[in-house]
Design a protein. Structure first.
Length: 352
């Protein structure tokens, strides 16, 4: 049977429900997408959205701490979450017959997380988030490079200037009152999208969503997204850092068209070509052929409410001069911009 077109429905409290029925999949993949990320954090509270991703697994009105994950796994599924600049997404995959369990769990924490929020749970998850930051950024070679590039890409006070990881100082300053206020404003049905894919009936999913989420009041705080603004132009900022790393690295961020605007898809395709393993990619030239680098990657971080950021990361052997590596990157950028390229690599990049 063919995959049916998505069916959309909005509950009276603003929750948007999207169902894609696919009878060939004996599962239900559920994603509850909240329109909240690091760009929504109050000043001086960076990292709060990521902290909340963890707190959402620490219990709610009828679910004990850790009970959400345990219930999904006991049902034969798995669950996880992720926080970005503009969104926090909670996703689970379970056998199709366990769909209602997931919706009940998600509704219980949307409607009742503050019932389980305590000083102990906040302290525990704050330590977890601080430790994640140390493991991913502070205590690994080159770990703070991307954080500094993002800060250099936007002016002081810009909501996209700080990574979702946040600063240790801000995370340590978070209080229970901060958490409750942030939850009441952002983790509500009118700021969420519920999507379900699999061997499920759209009518049944809509009925279940109404049953479990329909009683939760909206916050009334949902507003039009902030305008993204255009890339700021040819201005360039550079920073030279000396740290204990295996070898020199050339890293860069480029302001590009915002997600959903003309040019973003083309930028994504171009960076996929450059960052991939094809004969047109940086890896082929800098790593395999010229042996100028150990790593050469490029990709796009799409943003809808700010210019998207192109990411470049070239790591060279110990003692190497970064300048020739940068020149080689610029040459490949120019070659792609003015010469196009064979159709085969472009088709492969589109498939990615």
């Amino acid at each position: 049977m063919p995959v049916l077109s998505p069916v959309r429905h909005t509950l009276s409290n603003g929750l948007r429900v999207v169902v894609s029925q696919d009878p060939t999949l004996p599962v239900a993949a559920v994603c509850l997408w909240y329109e909240v990320g690091s760009c929504d954090e109050p000043r001086g509270r960076t990292g709060l959205a990521h902290l909340f991703e963890h707190l959402m697994f620490q219990g709610s009105t009828h679910v004990p701490a850790g009970g959400h994950t345990a219930a999904v796994e006991d049902a034969g599924g798995h669950t996880n979450a992720a926080t970005g600049f503009e969104r926090t997404a909670f996703h689970s995959v379970v056998p199709a017959g366990q769909l209602e369990l997931v919706l009940w769990l998600e509704a219980d924490r949307m409607g009742g997380l503050p019932d389980a929020l305590t000083a102990d749970s906040l302290a525990t998850q704050r330590d977890v988030v601080l430790n994640e930051r140390r493991e991913r950024y502070d205590n690994v070679p080159y770990g703070t490079g991307w954080e500094q590039l993002v800060a250099m890409s936007f002016p002081a006070g810009h909501p996209f200037r700080a990574l979702p990881a946040g600063s240790p100082e801000d995370l340590r300053a978070v209080t229970l009152d901060d958490c409750r206020a942030f939850f009441r404003r952002h983790y509500t049905p009118d700021r969420a999208i519920l999507s379900v894919v699999g061997d499920v009936s759209p009518d049944a999913v809509t009925d279940l969503a109404e049953r479990h989420f329909g009683h939760i009041p909206p916050s009334g705080t949902r507003t039009a997204p902030r305008p993204a603004g255009a890339p700021s132009g040819p201005a360039e900022a550079r920073r030279h850092l000396v740290e204990q790393v295996p070898g020199p690295a050339f890293m860069a961020a480029y302001q590009l068209p915002a997600h959903g605007t003309p040019g973003c898809a083309a930028a994504d395709l171009a960076l996929t070509l450059l960052g991939g393993m094809s004969s047109r990619g940086l890896h082929d030239r800098l790593v395999r052929r010229d042996q100028l680098a150990h790593t050469a990657r490029a990709s796009l971080m799409p943003l809808a409410q700010a210019p998207s950021l192109g990411q470049l990361n070239v790591r060279a052997p110990a003692g190497a001069d970064p300048a020739p590596r940068e020149r080689a990157v610029v040459q490949d950028f120019d070659r792609l911009a003015h010469g196009g390229g064979p159709q085969e690599p472009q088709e492969g990049a589109r498939a990615v």
